[in-house]
Each structure stands twice: as C-alpha cells, then as structure tokens.
Design a protein around this ligand. Structure first.
Ligand SMILES: Cc1ncc(COP(=O)(O)O)c(C=O)c1O
Length: 378
C-alpha cells in the first residue's frame, strides 16, 4: 500500500514556502555572492540571537560541525573522545575526522549517556565528550558538565535533532538552549531537521568569541587573512543559498517546534492506554526539559512486526537507529571488549512515528486509531 501519512515532510514543499524560497533564490543569484557573504553573516547573527549564544559560525554540515568544534578545542590524533553508542554514524565519523579515537559508551533507556559508563571509559588520553541530544530532548547537562569539568574534558553538544530544545539550568536558575551549555554546539541543517535548508549545512555555536575565531579559520583553509594559513584548516562553509533559505525559515522555527509538541501531546494522551496494555513504551516528557520532538520514538518488543503492519496501512515510520555504533563494521573496534546491552536493546525496539509541523491533527488521530486496532488484534 502507498504511504498516505509520511514519517516526515519538508516545509519548503508547502505552496507558500515554495514561492518565498524562489524569491530568496533570486535574491542570492542577483547578489553574485555565493560563499561567505552577507546572508551567511546575517544568519550567524540571527541564529546566535535565537540561541542566546555569544557567537557562532556557519559550516558545511552537521558532521563537519562536530569535527570543527573538536578541532577548535585542540582535539587531535592520539586523543580519545567519549561518544554514546546509540547515535548515528555521523557522530562517530565527525570525531574520527579529527584524527582522535571515539570511545563508545552505553546509554540509558531514555537515550541519555550513562555516567557510570563514562567513568569506566575514562583513560589518561580522554580529552573530550560528544553529547547527543537525541530526537530533540536534551541530555542531563548539569551532570555531564560536572563530570567533564572534573576530568578536564572539552564538551561538544551534538544538536542535530535539537534546534530550540531547552533545559533548566539549576545553577543559573534559567532555561538554556541546546548548544549553549558545552564549549560548542554542533547543528545540522539537513533538509529534514527541525530547522532544515535545501541542501547540506551546519553551524557551531561557541561558548566564547575566541572559540568562534578559531572555527572561522578552521572552516576556510586555516586562513586568518586571505592566503595566510595560521593553522591547517579545511573547506567547510555554509553557502549563501542555504544561509538565505535558513534566514527565511528561522522565524518559523518556534511555531514549528510548538506544533511538534502539540502533536506529541496528542499522541501521548490518546495512545497511552492502548500502549500500556500492549507493553509499548512512549517517550516520557521530563521535567526541566523542553523536548522539540525531532522524532516521536516509541519502543516495542515486536517492533519489526509493528513497523510492517503500519506500512501496510499506509503509515510511514522509521527506525532510528537499527544498529548501535558498536555493531557497525566501521565503528565496531571502538567498542571492542565492552558490552552495550542497553543500546542493543534500544536498536531492537525503537520505532519513529510520523512527526512534522505540517502533520494534521486528523492524520495524527488516524495513526492513533490504526495503532489501537493493531494492538487490539494482537
Ligand atoms: C545526531 C546527528 N548528528 C550529526 C548528524 C550529521 O549531520 P549532517 O548530515 O548535516 O552532516 C546527523 C545527521 O543526520 C544526526 O542525526
């Protein structure tokens, strides 16, 4: 059967957005400036203002943002970087591109990093930690920052799923956006993200302008000024088309996130009784967090059967992620001789339901009734 309720949908395909995007493309084309121009500078200012970050730098992708954020902290070959085992390959490859070694750490059932696992993985070579705010909910930054400071670690927040996610900072008694608590926050603007462009793009928000200065050099050949490389850099720049499109999208992000939260509240309220009876776990909203539901992920022991029953009824769903890093050929060696029981369990149980700002209440309710029917007939 054709998929009638897709897992995700791009904002730019909405008729009004298409017209706006065409005008924006025209503006960039006429400017004749395609890389590192006014659109990129304006977007950096506007996204930093949104985040409440002191400074930030547009880069080529979310993966590059992780690499550059680590390089800016002096992470290099011979160093070890702690990474959650239940994360996409991009997170590990972002670490590997620095020359450092990712060290995989098991997670808890709520996808957050396990502190005892972090402690057990520490060696004299551990220099950094990459925290992934998976599916739009922030990890426990108070605990992780205390652990990192105690052990002199550089902290990079992988915010590819967490544009606008927040957590309550107990020491400061205020809400803080994902990306602004560590030394640097790495964002992806891949089209399906909560804030997505029409191609690849990324961003590093930085805890200080000094870190941003290093990043500016690193993203463009190590240049402090033209043709004078003061360090070995790369080419990873946010292009003007992406920056301009993202400037159009950014003002809509708060509304889109609120829309995702309302749909999640609907799923939670209407699915709870039937899910409970079927032994299915729904995402638990946590106090002190503002979840932005990049994905709405449920857990079922009969995940594969559930996924095919949903697909046969026209509901698109996804599996994020079917294999932990420790079970992927390229990354297996970074978890050798250790076990990852929780991330293996999660990989066998997770299922993402349709979630995007243009999902209608009617469609979400249809997903609910289809799930109820499947669970009733078990
Ligand atoms: C958690 C996470 N981190 C990093 C990335 C990498 O982002 P990009 O595809 O922009 O390189 C992704 C991409 O999907 C992601 O989901």
């Amino acid at each position: 059967m054709d998929i009638k309720i897709p897992l995700t949908k791009l904002w730019v395909h909405e008729p009004e957005a298409m017209g706006e995007a065409a005008l924006t493309l025209g503006r960039v084309l006429r400017s004749g400036k395609f890389v590192l121009g006014g659109e990129g500078e304006a977007f950096e200012r506007e996204f930093c203002r949104f985040l409440g970050a002191p400074s930030g730098v547009g880069v080529g992708s979310g993966t590059d943002a992780i690499t550059l954020a680590l390089l800016a902290g002096g992470i290099a070959e011979g160093d070890e970087v702690l990474v959650p085992d239940f994360a996409p390959g991009a997170t590990a490859s972002g670490v590997l591109a620095t020359g450092a070694t990712p060290v995989l750490v098991d997670v808890k059932l709520d996808f957050s990093l396990d502190l005892s696992g972090l402690q057990a993985a520490l060696t004299s070579r551990t220099r950094a930690i990459v925290v992934v705010h998976l599916f739009g909910s922030m990890d426990d930054m108070t605990t992780l920052l205390a652990f990192a400071r105690e052990n002199g670690l550089w902290v990079v927040e992988d915010c590819a799923h967490a544009h606008g996610a927040m957590s309550w900072s107990e020491p400061e008694q205020q809400w803080r956006m994902a990306g602004t608590l560590g030394d640097a926050g790495a964002f992806s603007f891949y089209p399906t993200k909560n804030l997505g462009g029409i191609g690849d793009g990324g961003f590093c928000c930085c805890a200080s302008p000094a870190i941003a200065e290093v990043l500016r050099e690193l993203r463009q050949y190590g240049w402090r000024e033209r043709d004078n490389s003061t360090r070995v850099g790369r080419n990873s720049r946010l292009d003007e088309i992406q920056a301009a499109i993202l400037r159009d999208a950014l003002p809509k992000l708060p509304f889109w996130n609120t829309r995702r939260q309302s749909l999640a509240a609907l799923y939670l309220e209407f699915l709870e009784p039937a899910a409970h009876r079927a032994g299915v776990t729904l995402p638990k909203p946590q106090t002190g967090r503002r979840h932005v539901f990049h994905q709405f992920v449920i857990r079922s022991r009969e995940r594969d059967a559930l996924a095919s029953q949903l697909a046969s009824r026209g509901v698109g769903c996804g599996i994020h992620y079917p294999r932990p890093l420790s079970q992927q050929t390229a990354y297996r060696r970074f978890g050798a001789n250790r076990s990852f029981p929780v991330s293996e369990q999660l990989a066998g149980e997770v299922l993402s339901l349709p979630m995007h700002p243009t999902l209608s209440v009617e469609a979400a309710l249809e997903v609910v009734s289809i799930l109820e029917a499947i669970w009733r007939n078990k």
